[in-house]
Design a binder for this molecule. Structure first.
Ligand code: ZN
Length: 146
């Protein structure tokens, strides 16, 4: 009987010990779960913020492009308003430089267009490589039959 009683006490002791261990491990699990949940919330927040940041960057880029387009429109209007008027004569040095650059570019465009038009209406002599009119029968440079 005494022995049995001792065994019962011992069993109770182990049960308590086990349940304490289990409680501790449950606490650890709960804590881990909590931390994981917090980490999950943190990651979700960071991801959401990253998405929002990307949208904000895209919005800034889009608005900057709109501003540049408006600057371009203002510039073109100002250019046309000044071109070939008294205003062009009165331009300050910084505007003068831009007007000159536009004039040079327009000249280059015209040159290129003229070259393309000439090439369209002519062919290259297979003998000497000279450019001759499409309808020519003989090359004007080397006299070869075309
Ligand atoms: Zn030729």
């Amino acid at each position: 009987m005494v022995k049995n009683h001792k065994i019962t006490i011992n069993l109770c002791y182990y049960k308590r010990k086990i349940s304490t261990k289990r409680r501790m491990s449950m606490d650890i699990f709960n804590k881990m779960g909590e931390e994981l949940t917090n980490a999950g919330i943190g990651i979700a927040k960071v991801t959401k913020e990253m998405t929002e940041n990307a949208k904000l960057h895209a919005s800034i880029t889009a608005e900057e492009a709109k501003i540049r387009e408006q600057y371009r429109i203002i510039g073109e209007k100002y250019y046309k308003q000044c071109k070939n008027t008294e205003q062009e004569e009165l331009l300050s040095e910084e505007y003068r430089e831009a007007f000159d650059k536009i004039a040079i570019s327009k000249w280059k465009i015209n040159e290129a267009k003229e070259t393309l038009a000439d090439r369209k209406g002519s062919i290259i002599c297979p003998e000497c490589g000279a450019r001759v009119a499409k309808e020519a029968v003989f090359c004007s440079k080397c006299g070869a039959k075309i």
